[in-house]
Design a protein around this ligand. Structure first.
Ligand SMILES: [Zn+2]
Length: 315
């Protein structure tokens, strides 16, 4: 039974002074590399869905894992978004500045006996296909060895309806196991940070690539454990290269050229199967975006998890 949490008893900061009810979307890149066509599709889809619904569009920099990040990438991503006419509302939120909020959530979950300390080794976890089954051992005080913090999941299937992919269900206990909130190396886990920050920024609609579809039940479960509101979810197909790999720094996705911003936007719109803009609308970035907002249709986006890039996109 979940306890309802009030503003006074809740240690999680939720910008309680303002509680907007209208649409608030976001784009949340990790500065592990520069913007490529795959990340532009994500930025554009979330931007258009927000603007077509008279909403706010926020940018959050998911700079949680400094060893994986590229120096200067965060600044360049913001410049690239601006060069593509994707102007965000409100200040950019940096996850590297949010550690206290993440730790407060962990402290709350431990106090409520929903999260636990885990010192299992990689080898131990491999013997159960990396699914953590039940509490390894309950450690009341911090052990001397490195430990992670995991959230205990339950055996109930968790289902939600995605705006593109439809009904999606997962049994966290069988398919995921008790998942990590803070890693052994002390870095906060993506699943925790994204949930805390979506709530903090009052995000009502999450529009992102289908590679995060199977993370969503974990995020909803965590929201429930923390008494937070669940936003609407919409997972569009990810773009893959000819080898069917998702575009990323690891698959050598080329960085976008800002000199080609208009073409890049047209390619992203075409990938999302939005109607082709009129010649007049396609003359400038601003007129193209205005046109795309007016004609935006989620229903046009194919119900697929991945689509290979068209040959016109240089990869
Ligand atoms: Zn363990």
């Amino acid at each position: 039974m979940l306890k309802p949490l009030t503003a006074n008893s809740h240690p999680i900061d939720r910008n309680l002074n303002s509680s907007p009810k209208s649409y608030r979307g976001r784009f949340a890149p990790s500065p592990t590399g520069l913007l490529h066509i795959g990340s532009l599709i994500g930025a554009l889809a979330s931007y258009l869905d927000a603007k077509a619904n008279n909403g706010q569009w926020l940018v959050r920099m998911e700079d949680l894992d400094p060893p994986r990040e590229t120096v200067g990438a965060a600044e360049q991503i913001l410049k690239d978004l601006a060069a593509h006419g994707l102007q965000w509302d409100e200040e950019v939120l940096y996850q590297s500045q949010r550690h206290k909020a993440y730790q407060r959530a962990i402290d709350q979950l431990i106090t409520e006996d929903k999260a636990f300390l885990c010192s299992c080794s990689r080898t131990q976890l491999q013997s159960s296909q990396n699914i953590h089954l039940g509490r390894c051992q309950y450690i009341a005080s911090e052990p001397e060895v490195d430990f992670a913090i995991r959230l205990q999941v339950d055996k109930q299937p968790l289902a939600f309806t995605d705006a593109i992919q439809g009904q999606y269900q997962q049994n966290l206990q069988q398919q995921v196991g008790d998942f990590v909130l803070r890693r052994k190396d002390q870095f906060f886990a993506y699943q925790l940070a994204v949930v805390i920050d979506d709530a903090f920024q009052h995000i009502t609609h999450v529009v992102r690539g289908s590679d995060l579809l199977d993370s969503t039940p974990r995020q909803i479960y965590l929201q429930q454990q923390l008494g937070l509101t669940t936003p609407h979810y919409c997972h569009f197909p990810v773009i893959t290269n000819l080898q069917h790999q998702k575009l990323s720094k690891q698959t050598f996705a080329p960085a976008l050229s800002n000199q080609q911003a208009l073409t890049n936007l047209q390619q992203a719109l075409s990938f999302l199967q939005q109607p082709a803009a009129s010649t007049a609308a396609a003359k400038s970035i601003n007129s193209l975006l205005d046109w795309a907002i007016e004609h935006w249709s989620i229903a046009n986006i194919p119900k697929q998890l991945a689509i290979t890039a068209a040959p016109t996109i240089a990869l």
